[in-house]
Design a protein around this ligand. Structure first.
Ligand code: AMP
Length: 217
């Protein structure tokens, strides 16, 4: 099964992906994580991406599409992928459909996690992420058991540079102008499922598991 998780920054895509990937039996492919790991490795791709990420802007389509296509053509993705943060523009969605068709695969379902803007800003400004396994925490709503340490792997938690309020507002603006058209794109294809993301993590997760037909995490 190939699934796209859609939602504004802070909607909970990473959190939900971590909870349902295992049950789905697919690989979690998060474009933002791929960029951050390229940056950690100081590659040309990572350094280029940083110039956009720091401003809350999108990395150009061609660069992003090539990076994701390279990832999904690896063997481990043959059983399916849970896309998180990609596609984010209409061109990316169309390129993904074409590439998947060429691989004799298709996007089966798209889950759109909806959350009001003020809640998104609140969530992002309190967000901490594991440097090792990328699991996100929130200092108020889902704190780690030990401050600064990941419950899952013990890795160090850090705050993303692009989670400061001004950059968050820009990222939300970009979401509305660039990514919202994709919601309609998948709706027209009859693949869009809307989920209210303004509820507790486990409630949202149970609903997503239900609509995807997998056992709840
Ligand atoms: P994320 O971790 O998904 O919030 O992504 C962090 C940043 O990486 C975004 O603000 C963009 O600068 C860049 N990025 C991630 N995914 C994409 C994408 N599909 N298209 C363009 N830029 C992206």
């Amino acid at each position: 099964m190939n699934v796209v998780l859609l939602g504004a920054p802070g909607a909970g895509k990473g959190t939900q992906a971590a909870l349902i990937t295992g049950a789905l039996g697919v690989v979690h492919v998060a474009s933002g994580d791929l960029f951050r790991s390229a940056l950690k490795g100081k590659t040309e791709l990572g350094l280029l991406a940083k110039t956009y990420m720091d401003k809350g802007e999108l990395v150009p389509d061609e660069v992003t599409i090539n990076m994701v296509v390279e990832r999904i053509t690896r063997d481990d993705c043959a059983n399916g992928v849970l896309f998180d943060g990609f596609p984010r523009t209409l061109s990316q969605a169309q390129a993904l459909d074409e590439k998947m068709a060429g691989l004799d695969r298709a996007i089966d379902k798209t889950v759109y996690i909806e959350v009001p803007e003020e809640e998104l800003v609140k969530r992002l400004s309190g967000r901490w992420i594991c440097r090792e396994c990328q699991v996100p925490y929130h200092e108020i709503s889902s704190p780690p058991k030990v401050a600064g340490k990941c419950d899952a792997c013990g890795g160090e938690l850090y705050q993303r540079a692009d989670d400061k309020e001004e950059t968050v507002r820009e990222r939300l603006k970009v979401f509305l102008s660039e990514t919202m058209p994709i919601v309609e794109y998948y709706e027209r294809q009859g693949k869009l499922i809307r989920v209210d993301g303004n509820r507790q993590i486990d409630v949202v997760s149970a609903e997503i598991s239900g609509v995807l037909g997998v056992a709840s995490a």
